[in-house]
Design a protein around this ligand. Structure first.
Ligand code: BGC
Length: 365
């Protein structure tokens, strides 16, 4: 993992690649190094998923390149731990807080404290809910992530050409993550018409978001739900053609369940299966025909966008945003910058992931 991260960090500096046209954060020192007034707190949810490690490391590297000091903390997906580390950052008098929330609605009190101390807050990737004390939001276009997953299924199955019916099962992300419903709604904006006209059949009939949601984006929980679906619906010869998985951690659990049930042979191939993040094990799963695609969200791009926001805030300027309508957190509409997601699959992953410097060919062995 260490080697992989350093490879990717080298990629950040070499490329400053951008799906949302932001520049690499390597020039023009904005900070007064050594001064506490330059401390930026970065709170990430967990080290257990590859993507958050990359996000954290990219943020640290890019902020330090601009002479900021960085307090980077992970919280093992535990809400109280995250609240506590944000409290510590406030005590240390950080200037800006960058937070990828575990539970979007659990930070109201601690962010009130931040505001009382004049600290600005940027929501990173996930919207922070139920507080006026969040200044900006930087993310990938979450609805579009779902749309791309839905369109991939549409194309793979030939739904536009009238093919079908196909049996589908649907999975949703963690209900405490605002992104999860955006992913689901985006995907269903493409898939629902085919469910309505009978070309897609949800074998289990489980469609409602709360029924299909997987708490904590947990692979084991996704595996257990897939096990149940196979037993209840697909054990007597009914073919499973496609599974909508919102991200890679769920896809890992779904593949494990399918594998245990004997999928992956000529007679019983894996269903079309979506994902998100292009985590290394999932890229390998794509190469081995276990997972069909994964949304690629270049964490280098998101980090450089957030560093631009930090700069703007500390220079007393308005940060660059491109969406002032979509992300209502229940207290206000948070000015947002949405980066553009794309997909990778077995056909294009070399171009998307290797030519861009995100992975080396040798990382994918
Ligand atoms: C992120 C996804 C990630 C998921 C699980 C979501 O908020 O947008 O990229 O797969 O959390 O960590």
């Amino acid at each position: 993992m260490k080697k992989l991260l350093s490879t990717m960090l080298a990629g950040v500096l070499a490329l400053g690649l951008s799906a949302c046209s932001s520049k690499p954060a390597t020039t023009a020192p904005a900070g007064d190094s050594g001064s506490k007034s330059n401390l930026i707190g970065v709170a990430m949810p967990t080290q257990s998923l590859q993507r958050w490690n990359q996000d954290g490391e990219n943020m640290k590297k890019q902020l330090e390149a601009k002479n900021y000091k960085v307090d980077l903390q992970y919280a093992n997906n535990d809400v109280n731990t995250q609240v506590q580390s944000i409290e510590n950052m406030i005590t240390k008098k950080c200037k800006v807080l960058v937070v990828a929330a575990i539970d979007g609605a659990a930070l109201t009190d601690v962010l009130k404290k931040a505001a009382d101390n004049g600290i600005k807050v940027i929501a990173y990737d996930r919207l922070i809910m139920k507080t006026p004390n969040v200044d900006y939001y930087a993310t990938f276009d979450n609805f579009k992530v779902g749309v791309i997953q839905g369109q991939y299924i549409e194309k793979k199955l030939g739904l536009k050409e009238g093919k079908g019916p196909f049996n589908i099962e649907l999975f949703g992300g963690s209900p405490d993550d605002n992104n999860a419903t955006f992913f689901y709604k985006g995907a269903m904006s493409v898939l629902q018409p085919y469910i309505d006209n009978g070309k897609l059949v949800v074998g289990s009939k489980q469609k409602d978001f709360t029924t299909i949601a997987i708490q904590g984006w947990d692979s084991a929980k996704a595996q257990a739900r897939m096990d149940n679906l196979i037993t209840s619906t697909y054990s007597k010869g009914t073919k499973l053609d496609v599974v909508l998985s919102p991200n890679d951690s769920l896809a890992i659990g779904i593949v494990a369940s399918l594998k245990n049930a004997g999928y992956g042979t000529a007679d019983k191939p894996y269903p079309v299966l979506t994902g998100q993040d292009c985590d290394k094990p999932n890229v390998l799963a794509m190469i081995h025909d276990q997972q069909s695609m994964s949304i690629f969200k270049d964490t280098r791009t998101l980090a450089s966008k957030v560093v631009e926001m930090v700069d703007a805030i500390l220079q007393g300027k308005q940060a660059d945003v491109n969406d002032t309508k979509t992300y209502n957190n229940g207290s206000k509409v948070v000015p947002s910058f949405l980066c553009d997601p794309v997909y990778a699959d077995k056909e294009n992953y070399k171009k998307i992931l290797i030519d861009s410097g995100y992975y080396k060919e040798s990382d994918l062995k």
